[in-house]
Write a protein that binds this ligand. Structure first.
Ligand code: CTP
Length: 403
């Protein structure tokens, strides 16, 4: 995955700077061409000599030192690299990136490069949670900069909290997923549904489910990265819209039904990752329902099955369904695949540890109508998304760009 990839590791001045040595060392062992740019303050925590030895390349710190090559170095490097990972990324570099400040070698390269940028923030919890840092991160994310971590745990200042830099292994996994992404869905239009629908009972209550939306959002992100024009029809989910994805917000199953059916004829693929409520309250109370000390019986009426309807209407579209089960996984999933006329069904047992609602990971099987089945081990939802998009590219007959 990394062989021949030209990666710039940016190191800024935080105590986690020592972990940059492991990132550089691992990348090099995986045959990446590693370059390192450090801020002045990073050199207080770890020496350029260490990183020079591990990367086997000169380390850039100063804008105005004697050049190592004949060319304008920050521009040449900016154009040469395939990706940048800033680890650790301090609150200061995040703020500089947000406003486009270029006052040293690293920040100048960051402004000059068009390569994808990953940041692994590392700072004290109060600094991380400060509205200024959070606003900067939101803006950077919207600009397409990819965040890795931070994680929660022991901090150098002696407290527990969020702001620890992700471990080198996690950083490498994210980079490796990025480099293994499916390409070649350019010109395809896809629609993904995500989240759990909410069925209102009265002005303050609704019937909902435990879906976080993570799986669907990850799929939308990967599809967009693969070049597809991506529409995300999302029930309420507390997640940022992946960059470049068009998000259509819905609340109820009926709203989702309309939003999806309206666009069905113009898309090549629909992925129904949403957890759609099968029933809604028969009446929506205009005022808040008051308790009177006796039992309350709610009458529920069935919602339309969106996926089944798409299965009936489909012409050339590829349809992907999900089956969240708590028992008889394969038999139930098999039944759903045939009933809903899908090209691929993603089955998961939501009672398993590390799978299903709310979890950052999932354990899934892909089922195909021709009887084929692929069982995957536990993996991050982003990884499941990449495997799924790989299969979608196969189903569309465009899987040439996988590298
Ligand atoms: N689905 C849908 N519309 C519904 C219910 C489900 O489009 N009203 C879709 C889901 O998005 C998912 C698939 O159908 O892709 C299976 O959803 P799931 O909840 O597992 O199955 P159900 O069909 O609801 O069956 P059951 O509740 O009996 O398990």
């Amino acid at each position: 995955m990394f062989s021949g990839r030209k990666i710039l590791v940016g190191v800024t001045g935080g105590i986690a700077a020592y972990k940059a040595a492991e990132v550089v060392s691992r990348l090099r062992k995986l045959n990446a061409e590693v370059h390192v740019a450090m801020t002045k303050s990073a050199t207080e925590f770890i020496t350029p000599l260490t990183l020079r030895s591990l990367s086997a390349n000169p380390v850039y710190v100063d804008m105005f030192e004697e050049p190592k090559h004949w060319n304008v170095e920050h521009i040449a490097l900016a154009q040469h690299i395939d990706a940048v990972i800033i680890a650790p990324a301090t609150a200061n570099i995040l703020a500089k990136m947000t406003i486009g400040l270029a006052d040293d070698f690293l920040s100048t390269v960051l402004l000059a490069t068009r390569a994808p940028i990953f940041v692994a923030p590392a700072m004290n919890e109060a600094m991380y949670l400060h509205p200024a840092t959070q606003a900067n991160l939101t803006q950077l994310r919207e600009r397409g900069i990819k965040l890795i971590g931070p994680s929660t745990g022991f901090q150098a200042c002696g407290t527990e909290g969020v702001g620890r830099m992700s471990e080198a292994a996690e950083i490498l996994e994210t980079l490796s997923l990025f480099f293994s992404r499916v390409e070649g869905l350019k010109g395809k239009k896809v629609l993904v549904t995500a989240g759990g629908t909410q069925e209102p009972l009265d002005p303050v209550r609704y019937l909902g489910n435990r879906s976080s939306g993570r799986m669907g959002y990850a799929i939308a992100q990967v599809l967009q990265e693969a070049g597809a024009e991506t529409i995300l029809v999302s029930a309420p989910a507390d997640l940022p819209t992946p960059q470049g994805v068009t998000r259509i917000a819905v609340q109820t199953a009926l709203e989702m039904y309309d939003a999806v059916l309206e666009r069905f004829s113009e898309v090549d693929v629909v992925i129904k990752a949403a957890a759609v409520a099968d029933y809604r309250p028969a009446v929506l109370a205009e005022q808040k329902i008051k308790k009177d000390g006796t039992n309350l019986t709610l009458e529920l009426v069935p919602n339309p099955d969106i996926l089944a309807e798409l299965g009936r209407q489909k012409t050339s579209q590829i349809l992907i369904g999900f089956a969240a089960e708590t028992e008889n996984l394969m038999a139930n999933a098999q039944g759903k695949m045939l009933r809903k006329n899908v090209n691929l069904l993603v089955a998961n047992d939501v009672t398993k540890q590390g799978a299903g609602f709310g979890s950052p990971t999932n354990i899934v099987s892909f089922l195909f109508p021709d009887g084929r089945r692929i069982d995957f081990p536990q993996m991050s939802k982003l990884e499941v998304a990449r495997n799924l998009v790989h299969e979608i590219a196969n189903l569309l007959g465009v899987n040439k760009g996988v590298n």
